[in-house]
Design a protein around this ligand. Structure first.
Ligand code: AMP
Ligand code: MG
Length: 334
């Protein structure tokens, strides 16, 4: 199959919408990461997403809406708190879980009786959803298990020949997937951290951070967000998180003698044999660079990638959650 790569311009909207209305898959830009989109209400379309990604069938998809009204097609149970959160954070990187209506296929939701919904903060993609008239199921547009794509080139590398169209909307500003929450009585439970932080959500209700956010769940533990049980976001290179002071970190890195070792770093002084990959000082910069740098490590055929353990306040929790999975929960304590 030929894969067209088109700019996110008004004139491409109709072309993309025609494909989506014909149950095809189109990769679209969002502010978080690129999405692999198809008609969320059609089983045939949704199956093509799972096939293109190689995603396990029990890992549910997020439904993307273009306007608040579309939420009523998906659920008839919207808690009052959801209205306040939508007003504060939509369009934006917050995914809320609702009881789904019967017309939402079980396949879209990994067989669960709930549906995860968000409104992306990307004008082209929201207009595209409105043009289609149905919500788009859109997981990250990478091959299952690999780092998420934050540019159209990343999507092309994984999806060339597998899908008919990729819309290039430039680099994603956020770089990390949305915050996923569920409502529990009067509280908010965070299943996956993102750019809408626990601190921001605490303005609205009590916030519980699910065990799976920072811990590797044992096989018999109940998983509230099925995606969390899979190894995720990993390049071929082995990723290690390093926990220690600046000084300890620099000393530790100096002991690594293999030429194909990379470090995600800011402006630390590092030995010359180490490959430096962009990271940044703030959690926001780190989130923006993380997946691109992990992909770059594979392009450079690195064997190992070392990353400093981030601060877990605010958006740092999301960066750490992704890093833990990319590293298979390996943390080197200095
Ligand atoms: P991705 O598509 O890669 O952004 O991943 C979507 C994430 O949302 C996964 O971790 C899923 O487990 C989670 N998710 C989607 N739908 C639901 C749902 N109905 N209940 C719980 N988690 C969900
Ligand atoms: Mg993903």
């Amino acid at each position: 199959m030929e894969t067209l790569l088109l700019e996110a311009e008004e004139e491409q909207l109709v072309k993309a919408a025609v494909l989506l209305k014909n149950n095809e898959v189109v990769a679209v830009p969002t502010e978080t990461v690129y999405g692999l989109a198809a008609n969320a209400m059609d089983v045939e379309a949704v199956r093509k997403i799972f096939a293109a990604k190689g995603r396990p069938q029990d890992n549910p998809l997020i439904l993307h809406i273009g306007s608040f009204d579309m939420l009523h097609d998906i659920t008839d149970n919207i808690p009052p708190l959801a209205y306040s959160l939508a007003e504060a954070f939509w369009p934006g990187p917050l995914t809320m879980i609702f009881r789904r209506k019967e017309n939402v296929p079980a396949e879209t939701c990994g067989g669960l009786d709930t549906a995860a919904v968000r409104m992306p903060d990307n004008d082209f993609t929201r207009k595209l959803i409105e043009e289609c008239g149905f919500p788009l199921a859109a997981p990250s547009a990478n091959t299952s298990g690999l780092p998420s794509p934050t540019s159209a080139a990343h999507v092309f590398a994984d999806m060339k020949g597998k899908i008919p169209m990729i819309i290039d909307g430039g680099e994603c500003s956020c770089g990390v997937e949305s915050t996923v929450i569920t409502f529990e009585n009067e509280s908010i439970r965070i299943l996956r951290p993102g750019a809408v932080t626990p601190e921001m959500l605490r303005e609205f209700a009590e916030v519980i951070i699910d065990n799976g956010v920072l811990k590797q769940l044992s096989p018999d533990e109940r998983v509230m967000s099925p995606g969390m049980k899979y190894k995720h976001y990993s390049p071929k290179a082995e990723v290690y998180i390093v926990d220690g002071s600046d000084e300890q970190f620099t000393k530790f890195i100096a002991t690594l003698t293999d030429g194909k070792t990379a470090v995600l770093c800011g402006n630390e002084a590092l030995p010359e044999n180490i490959i430096r990959l962009p990271y940044g000082a703030s959690a926001e910069e780190q989130g923006e660079n993380l997946f691109a740098s992990l992909r770059r490590a594979d392009e450079l055929c690195c064997k190992a990638v070392y990353v400093r353990s981030p601060d877990t306040e605010g958006f740092g929790l999301a960066v750490y959650n992704r890093l833990l999975r990319a590293a298979g929960f390996r943390v080197i304590k200095l």
